[in-house]
Design a protein around this ligand. Structure first.
Ligand code: BTN
Length: 311
């Protein structure tokens, strides 16, 4: 959404504002104000015209304009109802030189998970990819992935869901019987050289307003846990928390530790080349997992982690 429309919404969201007042304030003609108001109405904003002027009385439920409105993070939201994969679109935007863009969709037809797995993404979910060009060495990019997981946990907490992070970035919900179901996942893709990151795409999938049966085994959804949620609010909260952490990377690990359920647990990590079993002790400054095994300590930078129940 452009600056002028954001400003108009800000003013008319505070109470009725006469057209001439808005025109004066924003340096526009009255006709231009009217055109912007009409365009906002077409995007789903409910704007009443009364004696005292224009007043915002309703915000669209979801979409680019809805998420942009009132968002306290500097991202441009590009929304499409149905896409193959928001990560693919974000990668194309990266190749075109864009940054600080969030690609958001209601449905993905070719959602991708880690290790080339399919990520089921029916209509009603939160499927999004954040494109950044951070001024960070490549070794610290995993921290952004951890920040994204923290942001998801804190956003779903606002709608009453207590989730925890399984190293590195699976967001899980624990049942009373101790079993865990996956609520959200993160797929990070990047390009750059050994000393500099060119771009990072953080693909975040939150199973939101969808049936549990539509997301597959071992997964759960916000709908199943608490009923349908305001996706606009969840996305805004998530992006704002993520942005704050990305701006102050020293806060990421303490926040991650506070929300993680892996530390102190018996784990089995499949790195692709070997399987390491032991007790997860800590994470390093770059987010690698330190495991105490029968043969001593091992540090794992990436892999599939499984929480093992105590024997
Ligand atoms: C995982 O395997 O846990 C990661 C899943 C990541 C899914 C998200 S949904 C938005 C973005 N677009 C994709 O195609 N994948 C990621």
């Amino acid at each position: 959404m452009n600056y002028t429309r954001r400003e108009i919404l800000k003013h008319i969201g505070r109470g009725p504002r006469p057209g001439p007042w808005l025109a004066d304030r924003l340096g526009l003609s009255r006709n231009a104000v009217w055109k912007h108001i009409e365009a906002l109405r077409e995007r789903g904003f409910e704007i009443e015209t009364g004696e005292e002027g224009y007043e915002l009385v309703g915000v669209p439920e979801f979409g680019g304009a809805a998420v942009s409105y009132g968002l306290a993070a500097p991202y441009e939201i590009r929304y499409q109802e149905r896409v193959e994969s928001t990560n693919d679109i974000a990668r194309d935007l990266a190749a075109a030189g864009d940054s600080d863009v969030v690609v958001l969709a209601d449905e993905q037809t070719g959602g991708r998970g880690r290790k080339d797995r399919t990520w089921r993404s029916p209509s009603g979910g939160i499927w999004m990819s954040i494109l950044l060009r951070p001024d960070l060495p490549p070794a610290t990019v995993p921290l952004l992935t951890l920040a994204a997981a923290v942001a998801v946990v804190e956003a779903v907490a606002e709608v009453g869901v207590e989730a925890r992070i399984k190293w590195p970035n699976d967001v899980l919900v624990e049942s009373p019987d101790g079993s865990e179901a996956k609520l959200a996942g993160i797929l990070t893709e990047m390009a750059g050289e050994s000393s500099r990151v060119a771009w990072v795409v953080l693909g975040i999938g939150v199973n939101a307003n969808v049936d549990e049966s539509a997301v597959g085994d071992g997964a759960t959804t916000l709908r199943a846990l608490v009923g349908d949620v305001d996706r606009r609010q969840v996305v805004q909260q998530l992006l704002e928390t993520f942005h704050d952490l990305a701006e102050d990377t020293d806060r990421i690990l303490p926040a991650w530790r506070a929300h993680a359920s892996t530390l102190g647990r018996e784990v089995r990590v499949d790195t692709g080349s070997e399987t390491i079993r032991g007790t997860a002790r800590t994470v390093t400054d770059t987010g690698a997992l330190v495991i105490e095994t029968a043969d001593g300590e091992r540090t794992v930078h990436a892999g599939d982690c499984e929480h093992l129940r105590p024997v």
